[in-house]
Each structure stands twice: as C-alpha cells, then as structure tokens.
Design a protein around this ligand. Structure first.
Ligand SMILES: [Zn+2]
Length: 257
C-alpha cells in the first residue's frame, strides 16, 4: 500500500509536468465526474498531505487517493502507457505530457475553498512544510492505552505512515509494535524518528526495509530471526484499514510489553 513518501514523490512528478501549464485534455474515467472538463484550466500547484494528493487549477482542486494499488505516471506525449489503459481513472494532459492516474482509490473534484474538508481531521503531515511534532504528540498521548503500531497508522494522529514504516519506526526505536503509547520510554524521540524515516524515504528513495516483510530473515542488529503477526483493528468505523495488517519485529531487540 502506498505511503506518504510515494504520494509526496508523485506530487513532485505531477508538479514538474503540469504546474504552470494549461490543460489541453482531461478525461475522468469515474462515473461521477465523467462529464467534468478541465480543458483550458491552468494548473497552479500540485500538493500532497499525508496520503492525499491535490492538483489545483485556477477553478478546482482535483483530490486523489491511491488507496491500495493506485499509481500516478507522467508520460511524454505519444509515449506508450506502462499500465493497462482499462485501469486509468484520470488523464490530465498539456502540450507536453500526459499524467495518468491508474487504479486510483479515490477521485474527487472539489471547489478550491472546500479542499480543507478532506484533511481537516488528519494529524500533522510528516512531509509537509508545517510539520508539527508537538501536535502529533498531543494526539498520540490522548489515547495512552492504544498500541503504538496502531496509533502510527491512524492518520488522525500523524499523516503519512502506512504498514511498512510503522514496523520500521518501531524497530529503530526498539519498541514492540503492541506496546501501549503510554508505555513508550521516549515518545518524542519516536515521533522524531517517524519524521526522519518518512523524510529519508521521500527525499532519498528507495527505503530498504530492515524488518518489514522480512519474516525469518536475520535482524540487521542482532541476527535474531524477524517475527511477524497481524495487528489491525476490528472496529469497522475506524479509519485504519482492516486489510493485510502485519507487523514485523525482532523478538530480541523489541521485547513484548
Ligand atoms: Zn534484533
């Protein structure tokens, strides 16, 4: 599942290809917006917030979310698409490039003034210009009995972390992912680590996982076999997704609470 770093880099590519240029083609392949036509709109900016991406024109903000399998690609005009055309959900093009969103989990056209409604409930963006560690800490500590591995995934606490980085951050801080927030020895350091890890993944990709999806492989610190277990939440109202929620950890470096 794409995490904040992937969305951040997608925004960078889209910004390079689209910003400051007028759209000469728009093709929304989702029923709700099939008749929306952005030809003639000037793309002013492309921005990300956590896992949300916004393409802002002089009239509207196109909000997209990759969810499980979405990806944005930017092609030069005439270049062959590298994904099946049937999976394209949105095409935005100018005289030079075609930006194609494949398998997007969400496509929404918003008035510019309504963009905030999508992100108002989210915690501070780990990759944003206004990253606020104190606010992230305040939100995390509001639920001291919650497992850190769940709290880090919850975008209402801090925005951008998915299944890969929650395991990596816990490993780096030597805490077991099921440790309650209130029992983390140095929570500010863990929040700083989250910021560092996401920043490195976004600015110096690729991130090579140390524990994620490395079950039975040796821990890079002590050589003990990496273990895994599911850690999700059953509450269907919770924003943390139910699917494929494995945590990976070193049983020696990260003892259970
Ligand atoms: Zn270890």
């Amino acid at each position: 599942m794409p995490e904040g770093d992937t969305v951040f880099r997608a925004a960078e590519r889209l910004r390079t290809g689209l910003a400051g240029k007028t759209l000469t083609r728009s093709d929304f392949r989702v029923p709700r917006y099939a008749t929306v036509d952005l030809v003639g709109d000037l793309v002013e900016e492309v921005a990300s917030y956590g896992k949300h991406l916004f393409i802002r024109t002089d009239r509207v903000s196109v909000h997209t979310h990759l969810k499980m399998e979405g990806v944005w690609r930017v092609f030069h005009r005439g270049q062959r698409w590298t994904k099946p055309p049937v999976t394209a959900r949105l095409v935005l093009a100018n005289d030079e490039v075609e930006a194609v969103g494949f398998s997007l989990g969400k496509v929404q056209v918003l008035a510019r003034a309504d963009e905030h409604t999508v992100i108002d409930h989210l915690g501070p963006d780990l990759l944003g210009p206004n990253w606020d560690p104190a606010e992230a800490l305040r939100r995390l500590t509001a639920h001291p009995r919650r497992a850190v591995g769940l709290a880090l995934l919850d975008q209402r606490n801090l925005a951008g972390i998915g299944n890969i980085y929650r395991s990596e951050i816990c490993f780096l801080r030597r805490v077991h992912p099921t440790t309650p927030i209130g029992e983390i020895p140095d929570l500010p350091a863990l929040v700083d680590e989250a910021h560092r890890v996401l920043g490195k993944a976004a600015h110096q990709p690729p991130w090579r996982p140390m524990v994620y999806a490395r079950t039975r492989r040796p821990c890079p610190r002590c050589g003990t076999a990496i273990a895994s277990q599911p850690l999700g939440e059953d509450d269907p109202g919770d924003r943390v997704s139910q699917r494929e929620r494995g945590i990976y950890f070193c049983p020696r470096c990260q003892p259970r609470p």
